[in-house]
Write a protein of this length. Structure first.
Length: 103
C-alpha cells in the first residue's frame, strides 16, 4: 500500500495501462459524484467488500479513494491482505480532488 498525494496519484494513474480505480464510499456518496472510470465497492458493507476484493485480479494496480482518505487507506490494507500487491490510496480523498468528477 502507498499513500499518494493528488499529483502523484493522478500522474501515476495516467501512465498506468494496468490500472483500476475503486471508490470505497457509500452508494449515496458515490451518487453525489465520482472520479471518471471508478468502480464502487462500499467498504462499510464489510462482507461484500471482502468478497469482491478476493475476486479482483491480483496483478492489476488499484487506485482507491474515499471522501477524505481514511476508508480508502483501510481498503488498501484489506486488498493487500487478500493478495493484491499494488494498492494506492489517494491522500485527502475526493474532497481534495482537483480533477474531473462525474455527477
Amino acid at each position: 500500500m502507498a499513500d499518494l498525494n493528488q499529483q502523484q496519484w493522478s500522474e501515476q494513474l495516467k501512465n498506468d495501462d494496468n490500472s483500476v480505480i475503486i471508490d470505497v464510499r457509500t452508494d449515496a456518496e458515490f451518487e453525489e459524484g465520482y472520479i471518471p472510470g471508478a468502480t464502487q465497492i462500499d467498504i462499510f458493507n464489510g462482507a461484500e467488500f471482502l468478497k469482491r476484493a478476493k475476486e479482483l485480479d491480483p496483478e492489476k494496480n488499484y487506485y482507491l479513494y474515499c471522501r477524505s482518505g481514511g476508508r480508502s487507506g483501510q481498503a488498501c490494507m484489506l486488498l493487500n491482505s487478500v493478495g493484491v500487491k499494488n494498492a494506492y490510496n489517494l491522500k485527502g480523498g475526493i474532497m481534495e480532488w482537483q480533477g474531473e468528477i462525474i455527477n
